[in-house]
Design a protein around this ligand. Structure first.
Ligand code: ADP
Ligand code: MG
Length: 239
């Protein structure tokens, strides 16, 4: 589904990611850990092709096609979908307007908005005055309506209370249980690990990937011993 080869990304002349390799198969979910500022969001923005996150070296291949130079909207049309860490508010565009744009199935919009406790938010401007948790639910709502094949989730549970994490977790796990859906999920709190099935986690640290293993075991080690411990892991880069 997604193959990243020898990827380096520089921002304002500073190297953020260096010579990174990563493969995510169709139907697979990869969990990405890493301390603040290690470049996790940068990786996702480079995959999406956002301005200011240029690929300095290497290639990003999605569904067999190199997308390095493809505009973001074309990547989205190919099936890439992003859930922002810090989604912007959009004054003048209502949640129900973008929902109708993303998906023509009015029944689906209604049932999903109810499932994610967003029915009362549909008539509001996107994210304007939304609480942290409401924003994250609204992001997930839009992403699910977009129906992407590869989900890029940047700390989906941050700022969300336990009750709403379980609602989001259930929606996500049902989606990822569908045939052929893949995901790259960044998590700090690890709560999402209770809901999504994943055999593979890795750590981004000092511009590179370290360690590959069971996400739950890795998270336990990180919690007990910190990220520095990951650098000692023998299975360094992954393919
Ligand atoms: N648009 C930007 N302009 C300048 N520096 C940036 C920009 N985006 C990210 N960075 C820097 O790149 C590094 C990695 O950031 P980020 O990818 O957001 O980390 P993470 O998501 O792992 O916390 C940080 O030092 C951050 O300040
Ligand atoms: Mg980030």
């Amino acid at each position: 589904m997604l193959e990243i080869r020898n990827l380096s990304v520089d921002i304002e002349g500073k190297r953020i990611l260096e010579d990174i390799n990563l493969t995510i198969k169709k139907g697979e979910t990869l969990i990405l850990f890493g301390p603040n500022g290690s470049g996790k969001s940068t990786l996702i923005k480079a995959i999406m092709g956002f301005q200011g996150y240029p690929v300095t070296n290497g290639s990003i291949v999605f569904k067999g096609k190199e997308i390095n130079r493809l505009a973001t909207e074309k990547r989205v049309k190919m099936g890439l979908g992003l859930m922002y860490q810090h989604p912007p508010a959009i004054r003048g565009v209502k949640l129900e307007q973008i929902a109708g744009f993303l998906n023509k199935d009015a029944k689906k919009i209604k049932s999903l908005s109810e499932e994610l406790s967003l029915a009362k938010h549909l008539h509001r401007d996107i994210n304007l005055g939304f609480s942290g948790g409401e924003m994250k639910r609204a992001e997930l709502f839009q992403l699910m309506l977009q129906n992407p094949d590869m989900l890029l989730l940047d700390e989906p549970e941050s700022g969300v209370d336990i009750e709403n994490i379980s609602i989001m977790g259930r929606v996500l796990s049902e989606y990822l249980g569908k045939e052929g859906k893949s995901a790259l999920i960044i998590t700090h709190t690890g709560y999402i690990l209770d809901y999504v099935k994943s055999q593979r986690g890795c750590v981004l640290l000092n511009k590179q990937f370290w360690c590959v293993g069971s996400p739950k075991e890795m998270f336990k080690t990180i919690r007990e011993q910190g990220y520095e411990r990951c650098k000692g892991c023998v299975c360094h880069q992954m393919s």
